[in-house]
Design a binder for this molecule. Sequence first.
Ligand SMILES: Nc1nc2c(ncn2[C@@H]2O[C@H](COP(=O)(O)OP(=O)(O)OP(=O)(O)O)[C@@H](O)[C@H]2O)c(=O)[nH]1
Length: 397
Amino acid sequence: MDTTQILILILGLLAIAALGVGLVARHRRSTTQELPWEKREELTGGEELVPDEPASSEVQPAETPAEIAPEEAAPVDAAPSVLERPEPVVSRMERLRGRLASGGKLGKALLSILSRGDLSEADWEELEETLLMADVGLEATTELMDKLRTEIKVRGTSDPAEVRQILREELIKLVDPSMDRTLNVEPGIGDDGQAHPATILMVGVNGAGKTTTVGKLARLLVAEDKTVLLGAADTFRAAAADQLATWGERVGVEVVRSDREGADPASVAFDTVKVGREKGVDVVIVDTAGRLQNKAGLMDELGKIKRVMERSAPIREVLLVLDATTGQNGMRQAEVFAEVAGITGIVLTKLDGTAKGGIVISVQRALGVPVKFVGLGEGADDFAPFDPEGFVDSLLA
Ligand SMILES: Nc1nc2c(ncn2[C@@H]2O[C@H](COP(=O)(O)OP(=O)(O)OP(=O)(O)O)[C@@H](O)[C@H]2O)c(=O)[nH]1
């Protein structure tokens, strides 16, 4: 064999080998295309394979529940495909009871002192300190101590069940179940004979959880079959309007807002009530910035908002949103707001994160208005009407 023949033979062998490899590869490819994806992965060692056809991106649009999607409540901002159904009020009150009063820490501390029997002055001082630490306030603490001293002496008891009963009765008196805690959301009839929505103005310092509370309150009202419109009059903080829009979208509630950052909050508040009237909603809730720059400035801002809102419909509620964890500092802010805004109720937020449940008692006493709602967590429905007896029972749980 000469060199040329050897060369031809080698080339021939190489060609046969290449044909063989090609056939095996083709066979492997056709096998993987017929296999389920997990089998293909085994075969390819996890190497990504391009499916023959693109995966179907079709998502069945879920039915919008008719009972929570009033026709007129198509949100101005993009509507989500599915509306949430907020939790009914009764069920949330039961669910959240355990979060009130931080698992009864205060109650346990009080009961352990009172059950010692034949209490010394040092015991009474310890009791006083415990109450003050829990933000019950000096006046209410003194009053409670006097009542307990008398009752325990008169009944001559240290029996834990009896002591608990005495403490329960006295605490309930302090929280005052006689205060009217209903939210006035009755629509009214204007001078022109037309129905107008009940309007609620939310006030409080930034960071108290005001915007979150507006969203949560809207959900609570939707759960009660009310139609709601929100007004983003916190034009100072641009994100507040977006935050409100997100809350609203989830439950089919529209938000009136200004396109311009720093716009006049009173003009947004006015528009909100006007739109609410035109749309015939039951309740309008207006969020405000509540910058506590100084008392006069705050008075000007809130005074103007109130005046323009009342041109279209009387304000039914002015709710002060207060962070329960801020102690005495929060109380001072509350007093300023109460003075300038004429509040009708208090919403205590973040009551889940504090053992200082005594603020319920002190803030009501200081401002003379009831705690109407409490925020008990970050969840959208972690918000409920305040129930004095349930609160005291949680304290003593
Ligand atoms: N644990 C708990 N967190 C809450 C509660 N209410 C509000 N928050 C949280 O507090 C934070 C502040 O709430 P926002 O509503 O955003 O308050 P902000 O925007 O700082 O200020 P304003 O809306 O102006 O009051 C958020 O992370 C909320 O989730 C509550 O009741 N419990």
